[in-house]
Design a protein around this ligand. Structure first.
Ligand code: FAD
Length: 491
């Protein structure tokens, strides 16, 4: 069997895989991406965050294509959650610091979104082979040196590479090869039952494109507009209530909808789609987990292959594309001979773990707030409704932590706004009053907010971006074009 050779082989052509492949190929390296399915293919995870759209996608060179694709514009989120009976809304652009043309994301049909990213990868020089299932890695001592896959004709193939990246999602067949175990959260273990409806009601303008998330006694619903008429609707129930989604899925979903007055009202004139790719009622575990280690010599995990956290804040595609950006920087630095593998990939793992940790910490509190009006979910609700300084700061935090979104539209104002943003973060993180939201006390949250803001700033400003500080003592900083790491030399 002849063995082809590449610099990098990527397993999986979802957002994580196509992002890392593209960003490495853009540096002139030879990249092969192997995707099991033939695109377009169905995937769940339709509500995006601004950091993906305006940060990573801009770096990929695909932001304008996305903007022209006609996806519904998501200006924020509308929640019926916690003790307050009325729905409340947060806008990405509610703060003066976040106002502007980057203060939104999109609700996407993933078959279309993922195909746009994969086609862009091809245009940027990635060799993409669909219908190819990667089933194993090739090892030489402690190092991974290649991958084994089955091609569309059923032939066994092998390819060698300096790096193998597993971006094959939560059902990855490779992730365990990186070492350690996949550790599941005891706290976030839910199941989702979901389908698609035509003719559902819309939130009033200008928030008709918002995600609507509605808590009810047995869990919560998402309600995501995918076009003027098509809506993605899913019920998430706790593991203990798994019996509620067993058996006849149609009956189960109808029963759950009937338990949730707001979703019942929104679907009162709607018809469930029963044909085509949206015709099936699907069930997915959305258990949160993270792999004990995200890399070993010659192998890296990105996206769901590495970790997943509860979907209530729509963080999955953000974590996949952000981790892909971090991995690409590390690999580009090693392939260019700038850094040793350990230094570069430790930076990737530290930043990725911190970002995951932010969402995890935030979500624990969000669910605690659901039962305790004194908790900081209540604080979040209060903040998003009153537009005080605290509110504005909190919304900025949501944008920074959950999305990296800073809505910094004018390049010459980005640096100044970023400094204001960092100052607001410092002020809040340093506070200790009764109204202090516990999450703000977390160093991990504070650091990730700053990093998320920098991702967007880098994408918008390129070479003109403000110099940044390492996120960890002795850590690395990003190169001016955002594509590699650099050692930090304090002035
Ligand atoms: P994937 O998107 O899973 O892509 C992996 C790719 O690898 C696939 O194309 C697959 O075909 C391919 N593949 C698999 N095995 C192999 C193999 N052996 N060889 C080659 N290729 C292979 N995220 C959001 O951002 N917003 C949301 O609103 C949201 N809602 C969610 C709701 C639920 C119920 C769940 C469970 C998740 C949700 N997510 C959401 C998360 C989102 O689905 C994922 O985080 C995201 O798709 C991860 O991207 P990825 O590139 O890592 O993996």
């Amino acid at each position: 069997m002849s063995v082809e050779d590449f610099d990098v082989v990527v397993a999986g052509g979802g957002p994580g895989g196509s992002t890392v492949a593209t960003l490495v190929a853009m540096q002139g390296h030879r990249v092969l991406l192997l995707e099991k399915e033939v695109f377009p293919r169905y995937q769940i995870g339709e509500s995006l965050l601004p950091a993906t759209v305006h940060g990573v996608c801009r770096m990929l060179g695909v932001a304008d294509e996305l903007a022209g694709a006609g996806f519904p514009i998501k200006r924020g989120g509308t929640f019926r959650w916690g003790a307050r009976p009325e729905p409340w809304t947060f806008h990405f652009g509610i703060s003066a610091k976040m106002a502007g043309s980057t203060s939104h994301a999109y609700q996407v049909e993933r078959a279309r979104f993922d195909e746009i990213l994969l086609n862009n990868a091809k245009r940027k020089g990635v060799v993409v082979r669909e219908g190819c299932s990667v089933h194993d890695v090739v090892e030489d001592g402690e190092r991974v040196t290649g991958a084994k896959y089955t091609d569309p004709d059923g032939n066994e193939r092998e390819v060698s590479a300096r790096f193998v990246i597993d971006a094959s999602g939560n059902k990855s067949r490779l992730y365990s090869k990186v070492g350690g175990s996949r550790n599941y959260s005891e706290f976030f273990r839910s199941l989702a039952l979901f389908g698609y409806f035509e003719g559902g009601k819309r939130l009033p303008e200008p928030v008709s494109g918002n995600i609507l998330s509605v808590a009810f006694d047995n869990g919560w619903f998402w309600y995501i507009p995918l076009s003027d008429t098509l809506t993605s609707v899913g019920a998430v129930v706790r593991r203990e209530d798994a019996d509620k989604i067993q058996g006849d899925r149609e009956k189960a979903l109808n029963a759950l909808i009937a338990e949730c007055p707001l979703i019942s009202e929104y679907l009162s004139n709607a018809t469930r789609v029963t044909t085509g790719k949206y015709g099936e009622l699907r069930v997915r575990k959305d258990y949160s987990y993270q792999q004990e280690t995200y890399w070993r010599p010659g192998m890296v995990l990105v996206g769901d292959a590495a970790c997943f956290v509860d979907p209530v804040f729509s963080s999955g595609v953000h974590l996949a594309t952000y981790s892909a950006l971090l991995a690409a920087r590390s690999i580009n630095s090693v392939l260019a001979g700038d850094l040793d593998e350990k230094t570069a990939l430790n930076e990737f793992e530290a930043r990725y773990r911190r970002e995951y940790g932010v969402f995890y910490e935030f979500l624990v509190s969000f669910y605690q707030m659901n039962v305790n009006e004194e908790s900081y979910f209540w604080q979040a609700k209060k903040v998003t409704q009153n537009q005080s300084t605290d509110i504005e700061s909190f919304v900025e935090l949501i944008g920074g932590v959950s999305s990296g979104e800073t809505a910094l539209t004018a390049a010459d104002r980005i640096a100044a706004r970023s400094a204001e943003f960092a100052a607001a973060v410092d002020e809040m993180a340093g506070g200790d009053g009764d109204n202090m939201v516990p999450m703000f006390k977390s160093t991990v949250v504070k650091q990730a907010m700053q990093e998320a803001g920098q991702v967007q700033m880098k994408a918008l400003l390129g070479e003109d971006a403000e110099p940044e500080l390492p996120l960890f003592p002795g850590g690395l900083v990003t190169s001016p074009d955002g594509m590699k790491w650099l050692p930090h030399h304090p002035a």
